[in-house]
Design a binder for this molecule. Structure first.
Ligand SMILES: [Zn+2]
Ligand SMILES: [Zn+2]
Length: 163
């Protein structure tokens, strides 16, 4: 889903910008490439590092001004995981109804989609006279190895970029 999703998301965001009279500058383009070049969830500071790797002129201020635009466009969502810094998720452009498993030990975030949950949500909505139009389920816990070894393989790797 990376290649098609990426160019499509960038095109949609460019249209969103032009509706607001904003141009897709080189800095903004580098930020977009960083955002939609990954399926990883990121903090503002991580995004700054990634975008600067693509274009050294990207400023912190531009990143911080871009994030509200990205969330307003609906292509990126801010996840409230109860942590100090907000985590942003670039995967809603392609997968608007995905859910998350969140490890409380290593902060790993695993995404999943479930037809069964979607059906269940519809059933619940029907029963309560409500039309369900979206789902975002956050399940918290720990990676299985945490129980056995007391730590996660992923621990401390939060800031690496794997994909
Ligand atoms: Zn996600
Ligand atoms: Zn873990």
């Amino acid at each position: 889903m990376a290649a098609t999703g990426k160019s499509c998301a960038i095109g949609r965001f460019a249209a969103f910008l032009s509706q607001r009279g904003l141009r897709l500058t080189a800095q903004r383009r580098a930020i977009l490439d960083a955002v939609f070049g990954t399926h990883q969830h990121f903090t503002a500071d991580e995004l700054l590092v990634w975008a600067r790797a693509l274009d050294r002129s990207v400023s912190r201020a531009t990143v911080y001004r871009m994030l509200p635009l990205l969330t307003e466009s609906g292509l990126v969502r801010a996840l409230d995981l109860g942590k100090n810094s907000k985590v942003f998720d670039p995967n809603y452009a392609d997968h608007p109804n995905h859910n998350h498993l969140i490890c409380e030990n290593c902060d790993r975030i695993i995404e999943f989609e479930s037809e069964e949950i979607a059906r269940l949500a519809e059933d619940i909505g029907r029963r309560l006279g409500f039309e369900v139009t979206g789902q975002k389920l956050h399940l918290t816990g720990a990676c299985v190895e945490f129980g056995a070894r007391g730590t996660c393989a992923h621990k401390g790797r939060r800031h690496g970029r794997s994909g």
